[in-house]
Design a protein around this ligand. Structure first.
Ligand SMILES: C[S@@+](CC[C@H](N)C(=O)[O-])C[C@H]1O[C@@H](n2cnc3c(N)ncnc32)[C@H](O)[C@@H]1O
Length: 252
């Protein structure tokens, strides 16, 4: 039997989009729109926030890997003394900087792909990484770099299964394509354990709805905007986007 890391890589690779479908996509289905990732003024009181606050105690620094608009880091405003945002998209780092400014949090940003830019990011008391694992195929180096960068602990948040898996019935309907099973939080936890780490795992329901408009789904499905009405109708026939999330916490 293969390792948990091999299973993760295989499941994640299986989520790729066939080249002939990608070639016909009018816009890239992959990019994240910063508008979807602005951190709320009042943070949601989640198990991830509670874990980050517990690790920070009265004060400490945070590195947010795959920071987007800084939802994970800025939920820790109070004890947070300095935030480093790492992201492979420059527009996300601009959103992170603006969010830090508004909150009066000293911040710096590092543009690039984790773990390649881990040295440049340096270390922090707490490392947070929310909704990034499902973008990663080769998980061990990603996790090892999170652990090495953290003085006190790591907080990872993810959905219970690949965030696009709920659209699998629409891939069959619009592209006659069967999607393989998605990687789940259990698969990620198995890889963390394989690193010799013992994560605390909390499962919970997110309050905030994730994007699921017909326009958003049409783009994800590599379809042209004129298909939006058909996609809207098809969305009525499938179960709603799941909100079950998990928080994984470990100490280095
Ligand atoms: C789904 S968004 C989550 C953003 C934010 N953490 C949140 O929870 O709102 C994923 C973010 O991670 C970034 N990202 C994905 N893989 C990355 C990697 N290997 N290194 C750095 N950034 C990455 C993307 O550009 C995007 O901004």
């Amino acid at each position: 039997m293969g390792s948990a890391a091999e299973r993760w890589a295989q499941l994640q690779s299986g989520r790729g989009i066939p080249a002939e479908i990608l070639a016909r996509a009018p816009v890239s289905p992959w990019g994240h729109d910063p508008a979807d990732f602005t951190a709320p003024d009042v943070p949601e009181d989640t198990p991830s926030r509670a874990a980050g606050l517990a690790l920070l105690g009265t004060s400490g620094t945070v590195t947010d890997v795959g920071c987007g608009g800084g939802d994970a880091a800025f939920a820790l405003v109070g004890p947070l003394t300095r935030a480093t945002g790492v992201d492979s998209q420059q527009d996300m780092l601009e959103l992170f900087e603006a969010g830090a400014d508004v909150r009066g949090v000293p911040a710096r940003t590092v543009l690039g792909t984790w773990p390649e830019v881990a040295d440049e990011a340096g270390t922090a008391d707490v490392v947070v990484s929310h909704h990034v694992l499902h973008n990663v195929v080769d998980l061990p180096p990603f996790l090892a770099a999170l652990t090495a960068a953290a003085g006190r602990g790591v907080v990872v948040e993810m959905l219970s299964e690949h965030p696009m898996a709920w659209l699998d019935p629409l891939w069959r309907r619009f592209h006659d394509l069967d999607r393989p099973e998605p990687a789940t939080v259990d698969d990620a936890v198995a890889v963390v354990r394989e690193q010799g780490l013992e994560p605390e795992v909390t499962r919970w329901e997110r309050e905030r709805p994730a994007p699921r408009s017909a326009a958003w789904v049409t783009r994800r499905l590599c379809l042209a905007p004129e298909h939006e009405p058909e996609v809207a109708a098809a969305l009525e026939d499938i179960p709603p986007r799941p909100r079950t999330a998990a928080t994984l916490v470990w100490r280095p």
